[in-house]
Design a protein around this ligand. Structure first.
Ligand SMILES: [Zn+2]
Length: 677
């Protein structure tokens, strides 16, 4: 990378209609953060850009549903997102937002330049229009049946069932999502970026010029280009977004996918006056960290925009990740199937690095991967605690015990000592090789090899035994252990920044540059270290079980929300119905039937008499809470014995979608014995 003097890292802009979850982190922000921290540790000139994507139809629809403004929605989620990133330690140099004036200005200028230079095609076409609301229906404002798979709730821009990208006019039976009306076709003018004209150039630039890109990225780009590129609209009929900066275009804004990537430029402007150096100097290397759903936008559309503009650099690499699943199911915001970052931070205080570690060790770099809570626990307990934490703890505890925390001098080195020390440099080379090639998961494994080395060296040398026979030798062993520990603070700094800060505190050591990694004299003889605390703590089964239960509850709630009422039973005659004698009654007494979990023994005033009924409702009602409650009771059901108690009738219950039971009670109080019919 000698031809570059500096690096600009962009991270996909999270869409501000929900908080951040582990899928976002694993796909984009954790690898980008590790890479940026690594370059900073090497004293390279690097900036990392982030920000919220705040335009587009899903935000306006959410606002409409909640009866608030789109600005309210983006303010809420931008706040949550920015705050949780900060607490989690994603080290953006700037975290901006696309509703900021500087972005509106930048995106406007960008469009205007392309417009003035004739880089767009103007095209009038018929688009669906809601006559009741006097509004064109872009993207998700329209639903209908997918022409490919027949799914009845496909959106105007995409079918979420089969994944096909659609245009609203392709939908069968289109309906406005605002009014529910059938829309009419009406002429409207839009501007298009003629991607087809950029095809030969894209082939040369990527397919020939960037064969080093990750296979998943290169392959997707190739299939898009081979499939033939079409002109793509860059404007929309919508009232939320960056207004089209052309006279006579009221009610039109830039398409969110045109304005969002320009957000990287606006954010850089917000960060530094020197922004053009990062965007236009050919000695700057631009990297886009994104998830696989954004590949087409960052490898084809945005580069074509930059090419059309003419003065900007193009990305040097786009190390996109695949998707992370959660417990074998696709992560979904609408189904609440996710581990939310802001919730994790509250539920696992001080464990930012643990999540960062697990998401990196299990990163979906080459294929989709799965996050499970059991794996989270195992990696914490078996790797962070048992290898890394255990090694540094023993090294520091023994140093305190034998030398009052003063670093002892090296004596004569054995072959094994020399081997161990030489290994440090080899590990450094391995870490660099993988991280320089965006194999972040592998680089973490390489980095953890240093902790494994220390752990093994300590276990093999057994200073706690040697100290009894050859205390001189122990000086050398402990010096080597301490040098390995000091090297860990550099080696793992990009991956576990909070923990390494802690470890530097134990070692009484300042932060060191990457170039010092590999030195075997980081801690001088006579240096005083501190008494250590635990670097990582074990995560217990109960903690993990609670998280799994939380997901099970989500699944149950989703099932209940999606439950459909059972079809009606066969008809019965009026006379048959009238045979059932249902009355209202009041619960006088209630107690659990001994040795059962589900049964309550109730005494009911039916207006006719007072009688005993056994009812299977103990899981849903506490006896003390239902005394005095009015219920409906079938009084002429044949009495039967349940657990030795004669039950004289049956309390009517409504069974909810999740299987829980609720009393069927009169809304207003009635006299006991009133007939229900
Ligand atoms: Zn479909």
């Amino acid at each position: 990378m000698s031809k570059f003097k500096r690096t600009l890292i962009t991270t996909a802009l999270p869409y501000a209609n929900g908080p951040i979850h582990i899928g976002h982190l694993a796909g984009v922000y954790v690898p980008a953060d590790i890479y940026a921290r690594y370059l900073r540790l090497k004293n390279e000139d690097v900036i990392m850009i982030g920000g919220s994507d705040e335009h587009g139809v899903p935000i306006t629809l959410k606002a409409k549903n909640e009866g608030v403004t789109p600005q309210d929605i983006v303010d809420r989620y931008h706040g949550i997102i920015k705050d949780s990133f900060e607490k989690f330690g994603i080290s953006f140099d700037v975290y901006s937002r696309t509703s900021a004036p500087i972005h509106h200005e930048t995106a406007s200028e960008f469009f205007k330049k392309l417009y003035d230079e004739g880089k767009f095609i103007e095209q009038t076409s018929e688009q669906y229009f809601d006559e009741e609301n006097k509004q064109f229906l872009a993207d998700r404002y329209i639903i209908g049946t997918c022409p490919k798979c027949g799914f009845e709730k496909a959106y105007g821009d995409q079918c979420e069932s089969c994944g096909t990208s659609l245009s609203p006019t392709e939908l069968i039976n289109p309906t406005s999502t605002i009014s529910g009306n059938k829309p009419v076709l009406k002429e409207t003018k839009h501007w298009y970026l003629p991607l087809d004209q950029y095809e030969p150039w894209l082939r040369e630039w990527i397919l020939e010029g960037h064969q080093e890109w990750k296979p998943n990225v290169y392959g997707q780009v190739k299939s898009w280009i081979d499939g033939g590129l079409q002109p793509r609209a860059v404007t929309r009929d919508l009232d939320w977004g960056v207004p089209v900066p052309v006279e006579g275009t009221d009610g039109k804004v830039l398409y969110v996918w045109f304005d969002a990537p320009i957000g990287y430029i606006s954010a850089t402007k917000e960060l530094t006056e020197n922004w053009e150096t990062y965007w236009k100097d050919p000695e700057t290397r631009m990297l886009h960290f994104i998830g696989k759903d954004n590949i087409v936008f960052h490898c084809i559309i945005f580069p074509s925009m930059l090419k059309a503009e003419g003065t900007f650099n193009l990305p040097e690499n786009v190390p996109a990740n695949e998707f992370l699943n959660l417990e074998n199911d696709k992560i979904s915001t609408s189904r609440n199937w996710a581990v939310w970052l802001h919730e994790y931070l509250e539920e696992f205080p001080g464990k930012e690095d643990v999540l960062k570690y697990v998401l990196t060790a299990n990163a979906p770099e080459t294929k989709d991967n799965d996050f499970t809570w059991k794996d989270f626990q195992a990696r914490n307990n078996n790797e962070l605690v048992a290898i890394l934490g255990n090694f540094v703890n023993r090294a520091l505890v023994l140093t305190n015990k034998y030398y009052d925390g003063v670093v002892p001098a090296l004596g004569e080195l054995s072959d094994y000592d020399k081997e161990a020390l030489a290994e440090i440099g080899k590990i450094k080379a391995e870490v660099e090789k993988s991280i320089d090639n965006f194999r972040i998961r592998e680089s973490l494994k390489n980095a953890m090899d240093l902790a494994r080395l220390g752990n093994k060296y300590l276990a093999d040398e057994e200073p706690w035994k040697v100290v009894k026979t050859d205390p001189e030798r122990v000086n050398t062993i402990m010096n080597i252990c301490l040098q390995i520990t000091a090297n860990l603070t550099i080696c793992l700094e990009p991956f576990l920044p909070f923990s390494m800060e802690k470890l530097r505190g134990f070692l009484n050591l300042g932060k060191m540059d990457w170039e010092h990694f590999g030195s075997t004299e980081l801690l001088p003889v006579g240096h005083q270290v501190n008494k250590p605390e635990l670097l990582f703590e074990k995560i217990e089964d109960a903690t993990i079980d609670a998280q799994i239960q939380k997901l099970l509850d989500t699944k149950k709630a989703n099932d209940a929300a999606n439950a459909v009422a059972k079809p009606a039973k066969e008809n019965c005659s009026f006379d048959d119905f009238m045979k059932m004698d249902i009355r209202t009654g009041t619960i006088l007494e209630a107690e659990l039937v001994p040795k059962t979990k589900k049964l309550l023994k109730l005494k009911i005033d039916t207006g006719i008499d007072q009688r005993t009924v056994v009812s299977g409702i103990a899981e849903y009602y506490q006896p003390e809470n239902i005394i005095g409650k009015q219920v409906s009771i079938l009084v002429n059901l044949e009495p039967r014995k349940i657990r030795g108690i004669e039950s004289q009738g049956m309390i009517l219950m409504a069974e909810d979608a999740d299987g829980s039971l609720k009393f069927v009670s009169p809304v207003d109080k009635v006299k006991n014995g009133s007939e229900v019919r």
